[in-house]
Design a binder for this molecule. Structure first.
Ligand SMILES: [Zn+2]
Length: 529
């Protein structure tokens, strides 16, 4: 059904699409198919499949004459470490009035391996509402609560009057932990907000024994001091609120409306035994450069980034275990190759240099880009913008673009102009609660002060909206995000045209992109790096 419908819209698009002078969409699609091939086994970080996909990119760059710009040829080594929970020898229990009530791991709660887990913990619980401390808004959920040596119980989300960029920023792992730690907490129980869960509890819990990953090195340890972090099934959350005079239904109803939440100590402690195992993983970023032709400006770089990793081989869905990651993010990886080719063949002069970065371990928490932004293979101050492409979903006709970060820097104004030239509208993030601006690799460039954007194909009518919604429900992070799905080749080509035009705009404009005066993210462009 879907396939037929999309086939139809593709035919219609053939007349309506903006002319794509530099791209035909075919080379993009053939590279997406290569990245999504079963032989790359879903390009898990550090796997043979990921290495083969990276080697393919390097061969293409050599053939195009794109210069190596990693620390070892085209490569930059990224050292990682896994953490895996050994559930059989681990346990969680609630302690009330000296009585211990064991929790069913997977059904009622599970350990988060994205934080440091101590072997043994017992501590009282305090409900801290959204658990946010946002000085810019004079907002503090932790004020007046005694959290010293205790575990904070957090309901995910934010109050309606906090701007979305701020609430996204303060819900990131690093910022969230900084605030709880400063208040004296030794851990967190996180209860997902049922009104904004993107996955069912059973699908969330299905992945709990997969290893998590982090970068090796003290500078990347964002959760020092954490001893226990647990995700708690909202369906059982009343176990925590018993005897407090509050119910979880009451909390969830307030949270759904993004209203203020009460905050209070809970009459219960948690006791945890956690056994974890760990191993080293090596992966790489792949970096290539097309030097600019202006003697001065060529020392500056426009960065185009896309993650090459995906989630590998996992639980079978409809008998298929390979999570091919065609759109996520074979699509962006293929786009970078196409843009590199078009710039190499272009007769238009490119003044600044263009840096192409295929980062690893995005799916593990934006780790490859975090490493690259902290240890770039070019001078840190020379990177003047990042244009990131991640799963732009060219599966509907292209009439409009969603720009994450549209109002944050003048990159937004530049995109609006470039898009208008091609008859396209731009819109800001339509669903700021999903925190997309901090959920892909551009965020690490932002945190180093570099104006950045990510751009998606936007729906303009109900049918297209439904197509994208169905895609997220059925193919997102599932084995069916493979080469057997309908795509709109004309949309892909027109989108590539936009990225190319934006790249040239930024590369050739004498003025560097700048943060808007009122952008929250401008703070990172201050001192430091
Ligand atoms: Zn993904």
């Amino acid at each position: 059904m879907l396939r037929t419908l999309l086939g139809l819209s593709l035919t219609v698009m053939a007349c309506a699409a903006p002319a794509a002078a530099n791209f035909d969409g075919q080379s993009w699609w053939s590279n997406v198919k290569i990245f999504a091939d079963d032989k790359f086994e879903g390009r898990e970080t550090g796997s043979t499949g990921e290495r083969q996909a990276q080697a393919y990119i390097v061969r293409q760059l050599k053939a195009l004459g794109v210069e190596p710009a990693g620390s070892d040829g085209y490569y930059q080594r990224v050292k990682l470490r896994t953490t895996e929970i050994q559930e059989a020898s681990s346990s969680l229990a609630l302690i009330r009035d000296g009585q211990s009530q064991p929790l069913d791991l997977g059904e009622q709660a599970y350990f988060s391996t994205r934080y440091t887990l101590a072997p043994k913990v017992e501590a009282p619980l305090v409900f801290v509402g959204y658990g946010l401390n946002i000085p810019e808004q004079g907002y503090d959920d932790l004020a007046g609560l005694d959290l010293d040596g205790k575990i904070a119980v957090v309901f995910t989300g934010s109050p309606a009057d906090i701007p979305s960029a701020l609430s996204a920023h303060y819900q990131s792992r690093a910022e969230r932990w900084k605030v709880l730690k400063a208040a004296g907490a030794i851990g967190m129980i996180s209860i997902p907000n049922p009104a904004s869960m993107e996955m069912s509890w059973s699908r969330m819990a299905l992945n709990r024994d997969l290893p998590s990953m982090d970068l090796v090195g003290a500078e990347f340890d964002e959760t020092a001091g954490s001893r226990l972090v647990v995700i708690f099934n909202p369906a059982y959350a009343d176990l925590l609120f018993e005897g407090t005079g509050h119910t979880f239904a009451e909390i969830a109803a307030l949270g759904k409306e993004r209203k203020a939440l009460p905050r209070f100590p809970l009459g219960v402690s948690i006791s945890a035994v956690a056994h974890t195992s760990s191993r080293a993983v090596n992966s790489t970023n792949v970096v290539g450069r097309i030097p600019g032709r202006d003697p001065k400006l060529k020392r500056e770089y426009v960065v185009l980034s896309a993650h090459i990793d995906h989630v590998g081989v996992g639980a079978p869905i409809n008998g298929d275990r390979i999570y091919n990651g065609a759109m996520d993010n074979g699509s962006g990886s293929a786009l970078l190759l196409d843009v590199a080719r078009s710039l190499k063949h272009s007769r238009e002069p490119v003044k600044r240099s263009v840096l192409f970065v295929w980062v690893t371990a995005e799916e593990k928490g934006l780790l490859g880009s975090k490493y690259f932004a902290a240890h770039p293979t070019v001078a840190p101050k020379s990177m003047i913008a990042d244009i990131n492409t991640d799963m732009f979903l060219p599966i509907i006709p292209l009439k409009a673009l969603t720009v994450y970060g549209l109002a944050e820097s003048d990159l937004g104004d530049r995109i609006a102009r470039v898009a208008a030239d091609q008859g396209l509208r731009v819109q800001p993030d339509p669903a700021p609660l999903h925190n997309v601006f901090i959920r892909s690799d551009q965020y690490n460039f932002i945190r180093h002060g570099i104006p950045s954007v990510m751009i998606d194909v936007a729906p303009t009518d109900a049918a297209d909206e439904q197509t994208l919604k169905d895609w997220r429900a059925n193919r997102y992070h599932a084995p069916s995000d493979d080469a057997n799905q309908p795509v709109d080749i004309a949309t892909a080509a027109a989108y590539e045209e936009v990225i190319r035009a934006l790249t040239l705009n930024v590369a050739n404009d004498p003025a560097r992109p700048a943060w808007k005066q009122d952008s929250f993210f401008r703070r990172y462009a201050g001192g430091g790096s």
